[in-house]
Design a protein around this ligand. Structure first.
Ligand code: ADP
Length: 326
């Protein structure tokens, strides 16, 4: 295989805290290993339009602590078409980029896989999403920070819930995955989590309310993952209000504040380890893998597996939440 001389790096899809730490690590690791590195702005969009700049080590100085992504991110419909991907490939050739590092979630990796297949270009993916929903890695970049943000928000809402004897439904992100809701509930001492992976029958909801809110507690907090399956916090609250009109029910939707903020130590370390691993993977002739972490060890996960397989939620967490919230 040809020696890789220049790598391109982009962030795509939803931003996540720790993406900057990953950009920094990839850049410095590439330079350390004698490669050129080019930053591609606005994800696949910038790859098509040519918003590309060569990075030196100082381009990534003073960014490890910053949320968001200095490379910006964008959603790019054109990249979903073969014509769009051909334009992107032409741009890579023009720029002399012979391997690509993509940081993002499921969509970003899906695009990367197609691109790699069509043009035979080595691509290494980094899991950058607050949802933690990629198969093959225990953690994704941004998840820990978002979890901490949720915990801090719920702590604050709890003051009001307690003062007013209210039942609060708090909606957190995670369209198809309940990791934030489930672990957020455990960390913040909430009574329950309603997540898309586990369909909650109406009786179970009633049971939870009868046994928790009514019997032993004056206030209660339930975390709900935003999802068509759960109906979101609004949907759940409506159902509860109809059945228990005597309860003082409130909804809070945490929304985009969950994505922002300075990354936690864990996310900075994870992003740095994973970022350095991308370049090492290329040096080992790996291609079309996502860097993952399992039991604190860096692993290579075929991108096809990371995007196709569902990552199951640990059933032990349910048990933990149930017992710790009686
Ligand atoms: P995330 O990476 O956070 O899941 P998106 O789903 O928005 O975010 O995907 C980010 C970008 O990845 C899209 O705007 C598009 O450019 C590219 N992408 C997503 N799905 C595909 C696909 N099926 N084929 C090609 N490119 C895709």
């Amino acid at each position: 295989m040809n020696k890789i001389r220049c790598i391109g790096i982009l962030t795509s899809g939803g931003d996540a805290p720790g993406m900057n730490a990953a950009i920094r690590a990839v850049t410095r690791s590439a330079i350390y290993n004698g490669m050129k590195v080019k930053g591609i702005y606005r994800g696949y969009k910038g790859l098509i339009t040519g918003e590309i700049e060569e990075f030196q080590t100082q381009h990534v100085s003073n960014i490890i602590q910053r949320g968001g992504t200095i490379l910006k991110t964008a959603r790019c419909m054109e990249f979903k078409t073969p014509e769009g991907r051909k334009l992107a490939y032409d741009r890579l050739v023009e720029e002399g980029i012979d391997a690509l590092i993509t940081i993002g979630g499921d969509g970003t990796l899906t695009g990367a896989r197609l691109f790699a297949q069509e043009f035979n270009i080595p691509i290494i993916g980094l899991p950058g999403t607050i949802d933690n929903d990629l198969y093959g890695t225990d953690l994704t970049i941004g998840y820990d920070t978002a979890l901490n943000t949720i915990m801090e928000c719920v702590d604050k809402i709890r003051d009001t819930a307690t003062s007013h004897d209210r039942l609060f439904f708090i909606e957190v992100m995670g369209r198809d995955a309940g990791f934030l809701a489930m672990n957020g509930a455990i960390a913040s001492g909430a009574e329950a989590a309603i997540i898309p992976e586990i369909s909650l029958a109406e009786e179970q909801l009633s049971d939870m309310i009868e046994n928790g809110f009514r019997k032993s507690k004056n206030s209660s907090i339930v975390l709900v993952a935003e999802s068509e399956v759960t109906g979101g916090a609004m949907g759940v609250a409506e159902r509860v209000k109809n059945e228990y009109p005597q309860f003082d029910v409130r909804v809070s939707i945490l929304g985009h504040l969950q994505r922002g903020g300075s990354p936690s130590a864990q996310d900075r370390i994870l992003a740095t380890r994973m970022g350095i691993a991308t370049v090492e993977a290329l040096l080992e002739d790996q291609r079309n893998v996502m860097i993952g972490i399992q039991n604190d060890q860096i692993v290579y996960v075929p991108i096809s597996k990371a995007i196709k397989n569902d990552k199951p939620i640990n059933q032990d967490l349910l048990h933990t939440l149930r017992i710790s919230s009686i």
